[in-house]
Design a protein around this ligand. Structure first.
Ligand code: NDP
Length: 280
């Protein structure tokens, strides 16, 4: 069987082009406030990629960089100012925060109508009960990848490996919403292989390199790799052993160029939506 690549790079470019056109048509310029605390190198790269995407599609991004020794109050005060600022449509706090700051408190302080990451409990709850709200960008991006590749989800058996609040759990809700049968696996799952071998669609989000290999998937399965790891040569790789899935999977996402760019595209989509709700 030929294994086809789902290109997140191509699909995310198409989505960003659509958003750019929409903003031009509506003549609005959304504003995204990005809060970075400290000087975590990976966070800086993520923030700069997000700012670049904003620039590409016509979103104004405003960066707020606080020193690593900022207090929780400092961060909460800034969030309060951004919540009250009528010109700010979306607020993003780049995680992780320094250990002395309570991430949960900071995220819950964000006005839920500006919570473009979809992490506020009101948005998490909305996803759970199926009402409108902002959805976590990575799982939302995976649904877009599947839809735009014409991969049918209804009635399919989906196995998700990883149960984090930002990927695995919201992924489960979104796949349920698309009428899939969903199995959640985690570090206590006794035989991961037994589960993944039964899946029509496997979503892997563990941060463990090569946790899923070709012998663990059913012929014809769709394999979505969320992981971001480095191999022994420092090269970026996912959680799935990409090569051993060739000829077995029907579709697979590469790393890089798969899920990663979709996360940013969905962030842009959430910003546009927040601005439309506020301004139109
Ligand atoms: P977390 O560390 O929060 O969660 C990892 C999950 O994997 C946990 O639920 C854990 O189980 C599970 N797990 C760990 N080891 C095993 C195992 N041996 N068998 C089964 N399950 C296991 O990670 P995130 O969800 O935040 O991220 C996962 C990966 O995705 C990372 O590489 C991250 O960098 C990447 N990522 C990529 C994004 C993108 O845009 N492409 C966005 C977000 C994340 P348990 O709960 O039992 O501990």
């Amino acid at each position: 069987m030929e294994t086809k690549i789902i290109s997140g790079t191509e699909i995310s470019t198409a989505i960003k082009d659509e958003l750019k056109d929409e903003l031009e048509r509506l003549s609005i310029t959304p504003t995204l406030a990005v809060v970075l605390v400290g000087d975590n190198q990976a966070s800086k790269v993520y923030v700069s990629n997000k700012e670049k995407a904003c620039h590409q599609i016509g979103i104004k991004s405003m960066s707020y960089t606080l020193p690593a020794d900022s207090t929780q109050e400092d961060v909460l005060d800034l969030i309060e100012v951004l919540n009250a600022d009528k010109n700010v449509d979306g607020i993003l706090v780049q995680l992780p925060l320094p250990a002395h700051i309570d991430e949960h408190k900071v995220i819950q302080a964000i006005d839920e109508t500006k919570d473009v990451d979809g992490f506020h409990l009101k948005n998490v709850g909305a996803l759970l009960v199926g009402t409108d709200g902002f959805v976590s960008c990575t799982p939302a991006g995976i649904i877009e990848l599947l839809k735009r590749s014409n991969i049918d989800v209804a009635g399919k058996k989906c196995v998700i490996v990883g149960r984090s609040n930002i990927v695995g759990k919201p992924m489960c809700q979104l796949l349920l919403r698309e009428n899939a049968t969903v199995v959640m696996c985690h570090s206590y799952t006794p035989s991961l292989k037994e589960e993944t071998q039964q899946a029509d669609i496997v979503v892997v989000a563990t941060g463990k390199r090569n946790i899923v290999t070709g012998d663990m998937i059913k012929p014809g399965a769709v394999v979505i790799d969320v992981g971001i790891n480095r191999d022994e040569n420092g090269k970026l790789c996912g959680d799935v052993d990409f090569n051993s899935c060739q000829g077995i999977a029907s579709w697979i996402t590469p790393v890089p160029g798969g899920v990663g760019p979709m996360t940013i595209a969905m962030l842009m989509q959430n910003c546009v939506r927040a601005a439309k709700q506020r301004r139109i």
